[in-house]
Write a protein that binds this ligand. Structure first.
Ligand SMILES: Cc1cc2nc3c(=O)[nH]c(=O)nc-3n(C[C@H](O)[C@H](O)[C@H](O)COP(=O)(O)OP(=O)(O)OC[C@H]3O[C@@H](n4cnc5c(N)ncnc54)[C@H](O)[C@@H]3O)c2cc1C
Length: 404
């Protein structure tokens, strides 16, 4: 299920001195580095992996993120490769329940775009390389930080870069120093641990099985939510004639096969994805978390390192990008010598609030997808249909679903 994807070689040594060091070269760290490099700030991203992870995660990109990606010069490439989902439809027991139209949700990007995270990351990485070919260095794991009040000294280990034979070389210690450190090192952030800043995480009871299959449905670019008494099944179009299926499961089904997921989809929805066409399968459970302090001395936590939200609703990566878009001008002003204390305090309040809103939205999405007694389900679906028949309510829900 987990694979390693080829990415442009960015193996080397980080610059010993930089204005901003970003720990973690995932989608959020690389996006922030693009914004900083565009603003003329010297930035060094250090990423422990030698290659991008191909473990399939985010696919949904919402209109506010597309605006932010436009500011980073990549919206054209990303929208050119992705599928524009302009309509979502809820069905139940083979019948239409309600529809959501995303067209009214944004003037410039009247859709949710779907593109596998791996492709999105590759596009961001290529953009960063274009701006500064040395801004991302792979194969460096950060192990220590020391903030002396003026700069932060960062210690790391260069993780066994393969030699000519392909065998991993010896590890070596290295140091760099930065005026500001941004931790974009993911949900299990080591920097967060080093800073000792508490993060309240909670494991939720929901679990899901998801997989990508050839799209044999007539649904084109429509996203479909099947609200069924056995639990929700979600279905999203992806580029290249692929459709992602996500089913709520009673427990984490780590040993499940593509045939198991296809059978579950068939039983609940009547649609039969072809197991032979499966290209990705993953079982996941849900955790949420929010760190107490987003800013600690000269270090700022962003993306999943700062907040983890349930993947149901597809907001985690988007939330991290919006952190980065709000933070980049503050960092640029700080590097220019401005006092940014008040802006940072406002940033912290605003981004914590955004994380809470996203988390609440995700909890609502999950509640909608839990198994339900057929009579209660029918009553709830009828209520949902009534609400969404009102254009004003439909527009409001569409805006909420698209992070606006
Ligand atoms: C099944 C699933 C579906 C999802 N669907 C969506 C969706 O549709 N839309 C959406 O917005 N979000 C979605 N998400 C969430 C999204 O994948 C994450 O929010 C996103 O990857 C977070 O990006 P990040 O850059 O903050 O962290 P990560 O992607 O975790 O990147 C962190 C990087 O830091 C590196 N790192 C860690 N520690 C160190 C260290 N000490 N030194 C150097 N490097 C280090 C890691 O190797 C990693 O590359 C989904 C998640 C899952 C699991």
């Amino acid at each position: 299920m987990t694979a390693q994807a080829q990415s442009p070689g960015a193996v080397g040594l980080p610059r010993p001195e930089t204005d901003v060091a970003v720990v973690g070269g995932g989608p959020v760290g690389v996006f922030l580095a693009v914004l900083l490099a565009q603003a003329g700030v010297s930035v060094q991203v250090v990423e422990q992996r030698l290659e991008r992870s191909a473990h399939s995660r985010a696919i949904g990109i919402h209109p506010p993120s597309l605006e932010a990606l436009a500011g980073a010069g990549v919206a054209g490439k990303i929208t050119g490769e992705g599928v524009q989902v302009r309509r979502g439809e809820a069905r139940s027991s083979g019948r239409y329940v309600a529809a959501l139209d995303f067209a009214a949700a944004s003037e410039r990007f009247p859709y949710v775009l779907t593109l596998p995270q791996l492709r999105t990351e590759a596009i961001l990485e290529a953009r960063l390389k274009e701006l500064d070919s040395h801004a991302l260095v792979r194969g460096v794991r950060v192990t220590q930080l020391h903030d002396d009040g003026g700069r932060v000294r960062i210690s790391g280990v260069r993780t066994g870069v393969p030699g000519h034979s392909g065998a991993p070389g010896p590890s070596e210690d290295l140091e760099l120093s930065a005026r500001i450190v941004v931790a974009a090192d993911g949900a299990r952030s080591g920097v967060r641990r080093l800073l000792g800043t508490p993060c309240r995480t909670r494991a939720l009871r929901d679990s899901y099985l998801m997989g990508d299959f050839a799209d044999g449905t007539p649904d084109g670019s429509t996203a479909v939510l099947y609200l069924e008494s056995g639990g929700i099944v979600e279905s999203f179009p992806l580029p290249d004639g692929i459709r992602r299926w996500v089913a709520h499961t009673g427990q984490l089904l780590t040993g499940a096969t593509a045939a198991d997921l296809a059978a579950m989809v068939k039983e609940r929805t009547g649609v039969s994805p072809d197991p032979a066409s499966n290209t990705m399968l993953s079982a996941f459970a849900v955790r949420t978390g929010l760190v107490r302090d987003l800013v600690r001395g000269r270090t700022v936590l962003i993306g999943d390192a700062a907040h983890e939200v349930s993947p149901i609703g597809g907001q985690g990566m988007n939330l991290g990008w919006l952190d980065a878009a709000a933070l980049a001008p503050i960092i640029a002003a700080s590097v220019d010598g401005h006092d940014v204390g008040a802006s940072l305090a406002a940033y912290e309040r605003q981004r914590r609030r955004a994380a809470r809103v996203a988390s609440a939205q995700a909890r609502l999405n999950m509640a909608l997808g839990r198994p339900l007694d057929p009579a209660l389900l029918a009553a709830r679906n009828a209520g949902l249909a009534r609400v969404l028949r009102s254009p004003a309510a439909g527009n409001l829900v569409a805006r909420r679903f698209t992070m606006q």
